[in-house]
Design a binder for this molecule. Sequence first.
Ligand SMILES: Nc1ncnc2c1ncn2[C@@H]1O[C@H](COP(=O)(O)OP(=O)(O)OP(=O)(O)O)[C@@H](O)[C@H]1O
Ligand SMILES: [Mg+2]
Length: 390
Amino acid sequence: MGCFSGLRCCLEKTLKIGRRGGGGDEDDDGGGDSCDLFFELRTLQIATNFFSELNKLGHGGFGPVYKGLMPNGQEVAVKKLSVSSRQGLKEFTNEIILLLKIQHKNLVTLLGCCAEGPEKMLVYEYLPNKSLDYFLFDKRKSSALDWLKRFQIVIGIVRGLLYLHEEAPERIIHRDIKAGNILLDEELNPKISDFGLARLFPGEDTHLDTFRISGTHGYMAPEYAMHGYLSVKTDVFSFGVLVLEIVSGRKNHDKGLGGEKADLLSYTWSLFQAGKVLELVDPSLAKCNPDEAAMCIQLGLLCCQAAVAERPNMNSIHLMLSSDSFTLPRPGKPGILGRRGRWTTTNTSALTDTNAGSTSTGVTKASAGSSFVEDYSRNSISYSSLDEGR
Ligand SMILES: Nc1ncnc2c1ncn2[C@@H]1O[C@H](COP(=O)(O)OP(=O)(O)OP(=O)(O)O)[C@@H](O)[C@H]1O
Ligand SMILES: [Mg+2]
């Protein structure tokens, strides 16, 4: 494997903990063969039947994903990165080293990677129950998700995102929170997938010009969609849309529903103003806790506010959901404009800085649309008072 031995060494030195097989306990730290964080191409070819169509789980913005069976019997998901990145092998490896350290029970575990020849692949733990959208938006399957399960899923996603934003060794802004990126384990517990993927493609937003864009766009915060402003609050916005989908059992945009119902966010806002939010609850739910449902809907609206700084951070969201005595603030207008439009910024370099935590709001700006900046700085002022008030 030639040049890989050096990278392996570097990887092992950096990763003090032995990790193998998705949550395996301590491994041998020296001497033993803990270097299989790099998978050999041959091993993955055999595991996936030479990337056969039968093993294909699907195809996302970064390339196809295949199910694989490793020699030790472990099932894995192999994501072939077909988007070519400007990143060199060293940068790629550094990012993988970082991502391998990001571990939480509500995140899909990255087991390692393969970088032989021109191809790069990521190897993940395999999750047997597909993704949340598969259950949520199919009336025949959504009964598997009763209210309790849905509420638990919301809390699990909050914990995973809180970890990415605040607790991980390095702050990770996901950028693509959506029902399709919430995978479900045997007990339908949620695990966020694809975190950190954007870091592997600096300067290239693969989702902005692929055929999959429309689905993802419905989750995009307007300031990101229109101006390229990226912050933890863009994830919060997407999370808000996702919560509304979980409660209502419908997609964020559904032309078939017609009229004001088509756009989930506008519709929820009009129900909220009319004091009828519970009309949003998925009619296919036999039972539902109305207090929890109303709280989730209000939380969803708080997360989707047009004013970036008024959106709560994941810490506040976690607090809101775990405390009985919390009175949620009244949400302001949702950010509806621009979510289905096209992002026009040409300077993409600033988008690659996902560690923009040093400013009070942690915002990265990709271009300086003056009116937006003005608007944004006004929002920044109210941020601290909002935080302190909770
Ligand atoms: N670890 C995994 N275990 C099981 N299935 C997976 C795993 N990772 C991905 N999949 C499945 O593979 C398919 C493709 O996933 P992929 O993440 O590439 O696409 P996507 O989520 O639709 O789009 P995006 O590129 O925006 O994430 C999806 O159906 C997904 O459920
Ligand atoms: Mg995905």
